[in-house]
Ligand binder design. Structure first.
Ligand SMILES: O=C(O)CCC(=O)C(=O)O
Ligand SMILES: [Fe+2]
Length: 362
């Protein structure tokens, strides 16, 4: 039987400890948002007053033709300004994207006990983790989101350990997307005169994770967030969102526009993928590329899914701004560190905008 969700500890036990997730709570028939999910006023999302990001998606097929340099400039410019852009003709088949969204809905539609086997405390494999919110034990208000996270090591391990319901389609999505990520990195690093061979690529994106996020319908979406303000930790994120919308990006304070500090929505575009710069790329570029601060709202009518791929360096990698960039800038804005230490700090703290970067800031 579902507990009283007005009692913080029984809610925590049901949703987090027992792995029922937000989905289990919603399915039990709640009619209002429990106190534990009510965000402070400053974090609530004003849907009516947000503008939409008007930039058309970048057509990546043009990178292979006479327009290469022009498209490369568009990519660099997007990474330098908002840190977010959308791409089409990206080489990931559109029907694969459709089956991914179906797969995510099917996975989260499983009985709680089938998903809960992957809770961190009990998961049969360190590669797979199912959970809810970001750091539930430390958050002042919980996020209205359940997720499963799957780390890539080798094809054989993926096919053995990732959940059977999603392993094949998620692996195919990862492989196809990585080809695109490499192309983007060639452009973004080439802009600094850095040539990418296989070992350099491996040092930038040696660890890959596919997540599936599930945002159940919410009785009072204006009081909650699906994901709070944050930047992603890694190098580049590839994100598939469905048609519901609700992903917002903050325009950086140093942007050359009078809209700085405003939130803009990244509208769903059929067949497109969203790309965003993460903290590692901001650090490597000595702050030239912007790790984008973003957040997600919830809706009352339909559950939303999104499927990000996080590409990050290997945990053992030493990270510091690229010497080519520092030489040009005359100053290093970030110190050197080992990625595993950054990860530890990133995953130990609730989402709080771009505070994660303070770990490395000089
Ligand atoms: O659901 C989305 O659109 C974005 C999710 C996100 O920001 C994340 O998983 O890091
Ligand atoms: Fe994110």
């Amino acid at each position: 039987m579902a507990p009283s969700f007005d009692n913080g500890s029984s809610l925590f036990n049901f949703v987090v400890r027992d792995g029922n997730g937000v989905k289990g709570m919603v399915d039990s028939g709640i009619s209002k948002v429990p106190q534990a999910y009510i965000q402070p006023a400053a974090e609530q999302i004003d849907k009516e007053n947000a503008s939409k990001h008007g930039q058309p998606p970048i057509d990546l097929s043009r990178l292979d033709g006479p327009d290469h340099d022009e498209v490369a400039k568009e990519i660099v410019r997007a990474a330098e300004t908002l840190g977010f852009f959308q791409v089409v003709n990206h080489g990931v088949p559109v029907d694969l994207l459709e089956s991914l969204k179906d797969t995510a809905h099917n996975f989260f539609g499983l009985p709680a006990e089938r998903k809960a086997v992957y809770r961190t405390e009990v998961s049969p494999t360190p590669l797979v983790k199912y959970g809810t919110s970001f750091v539930p034990a430390k958050e002042k208000a919980l996020e209205w989101k359940d997720y499963i996270s799957m780390v890539y090591t080798t094809d054989a391990e993926v096919l053995e350990h990732w959940p059977i319901e999603c392993r094949e389609v998620a692996l195919e999505y990862l492989k196809r997307s990585l080809e695109m990520v490499k192309k983007l990195l060639h452009v973004l690093m080439g802009n600094f005169g850095v040539e990418l061979d296989d070992s350099k690529i491996d040092s930038l994106i040696g660890r890959k994770t596919v997540n599936m996020n599930y945002y159940p319908t919410c009785p009072n979406p204006e009081l909650t967030v699906g994901v709070g303000r944050h930047s992603d930790m890694g190098t580049l994120t590839v994100l598939l969102q469905d048609g519901i919308g609700g992903l917002y990006v903050n325009i950086p304070e140093d942007a050359d526009t009078d809209k700085k500090g405003e939130w803009v929505e990244i509208p769903p575009v059929p067949g497109a993928l969203v790309i965003n710069v993460g903290d590692m790329l901001q650090i490597l570029s000595n702050g030239k590329y912007k790790s984008a601060e973003h957040r997600v709202r919830t809706t009352s009518t339909k559950s939303r899914v999104s499927i990000p791929i996080f590409t990050i360096p290997k945990p053992t990698e030493k990270i510091a701004p690229l010497p080519q960039v520092v030489e040009n800038d005359g100053i290093a804005r970030y110190r050197e560190f080992v990625l595993a230490d950054y990860m530890k700090s990133f995953f130990a703290n609730p989402h709080d905008g771009k505070k994660s970067l303070d770990f490395a800031r000089i």
